[in-house]
Design a protein around this ligand. Structure first.
Ligand code: WQD
Length: 342
């Protein structure tokens, strides 16, 4: 049974990917420092798949601990690297934390791969590397523009680190540029668990609907979009997770065509903030309390993916629609409320 290391595997996208890997017959070991997730995610993964993943808790920014782990686990067939700080707003207040953590973790992993002959990595990247694209839908060949946050800049820098490291060493990498991952597993046993006040739209919507937040603030309705609110390409987290299994198998089966390959993970359809709110109200029957407030600094106006390369070359296509995303997010929020009240 091939063994895959999933860093950040107790996080939102990581946990959903661990489920898909196990259900595709892979042995999974998770490394996570639990700085933005909780250990009970492991039990919930096991409840879904019947398999408790191996787990070690330490900080991948620690070179010695990471080197030791990879030496002890030199039999892993590949690494899926999620572990990183990812809050856009926080990254503007603490840029050095973001550079140190996000770059050092990747460098430590690559050093260990070089030393132990581990040759495959899937890297968690983001459409934020594009900034505000000049042309839409945005393709993987679109120019990388100046980042609007240190978070986005770390993703750009990590892709460059991968580009030169895979040139110099027998390592293959696939960078997956996520658009906006939302929703939750159909069992409502795992989902997005923002600690504190959510930065992202959909957890704020569901927390407002459940009564944890009083009112959703819609950041600006003066964009040059049909209803004035900003447009994003929202994609179900399970579709994102499935793409990671496809990417790992592409490398394990020797199908990679370049040392570093880059794919957009989106649906190809853009939704405005008001579109998302209307979809949520429609599928749940809940009335959402929201108000329009000024734009959030750093937000781009609109972005959605050109998905042809991922569809044709990677052989992956998003299957779930906005209704699935809203319903699963709502089911997850209700399950959380039940757990917290019991
Ligand atoms: C979506 C839209 C907001 C909250 C970021 C990162 C990206 C990824 C996802 C990590 C925007 C609006 C939001 C709210 C609102 N992060 N909004 N009220 O900023 O597109 O992407 O998170 O992987 O890399 O860049 O996502 O969910 O924060 O915002 O009106 O309370 O919802 O202005 O238009 P974003 P988001």
């Amino acid at each position: 049974m091939k063994k895959i290391l999933v860093t950040g595997g107790t996080g939102f996208i990581g946990s959903h990917t661990v489920v898909e890997l196990q259900q595709h017959g892979y042995e999974v070991v998770i490394v996570d420092n639990l700085s933005n997730s909780t250990i009970d995610v492991l039990d919930n993964i096991a409840k879904i798949t019947g398999i408790m993943p191996a787990f070690e808790q330490f900080d991948l920014a620690d070179a010695a601990l990471t080197a030791d782990f990879l030496k002890r686990n030199s039999d892993i067939s590949g690494i899926i690297h999620f572990a990183a700080f990812k809050a856009v707003g926080e990254s503007m207040e603490k840029p050095l934390n973001y550079y140190r953590n996000n770059l050092q973790s990747l460098i430590n992993l690559l050093e260990g791969m070089k030393t132990n002959g581990i040759s495959n990595m899937v890297f968690s990247s983001s459409c934020t590397v594009y900034g505000q694209p000049d042309e839409l839908p945005v393709t993987e060949q679109a120019p990388i523009k100046q980042a609007w946050s240190s978070y986005g800049n770390t993703k750009q820098m990590c892709e460059e680190i991968l580009r030169f490291t895979t040139l110099a060493h027998p390592i293959h990498a696939i960078a997956l540029r996520y658009f906006n991952p939302i929703g939750a597993h159909e069992t409502a046993l795992i989902g997005e668990l923002p600690l504190g006040v959510p930065n992202n739209l959909v957890p704020f919507i569901t927390q407002t609907a459940i009564g944890k937040r009083g009112c959703l603030s819609v950041f600006g309705d003066d964009y040059k979009t049909p209803d004035g609110t900003a447009i994003r390409d929202y994609i179900h987290v399970v579709d994102i997770a499935k793409a990671h299994v496809v990417a790992v198998e592409r490398m394990l089966n020797g199908k990679s065509k370049l040392d570093l390959e880059i794919f957009n993970l989106g649906t190809g359809t853009g939704f405005s903030v008001l579109d998302v709110i209307n979809a949520f109200e429609r599928v749940t029957g809940e009335k959402l309390n929201y108000k329009i407030v000024p734009r959030r600094p750093g937000d781009i106006e609109m972005v959605w993916a050109d998905t042809r390369f991922a569809n044709e070359e990677l052989g992956w296509k998003a299957e779930k629609n906005i209704d699935d995303m809203m319903l699963s997010a709502w089911k997850w929020e209700k399950a959380l409320a039940e757990k917290q009240s019991s």
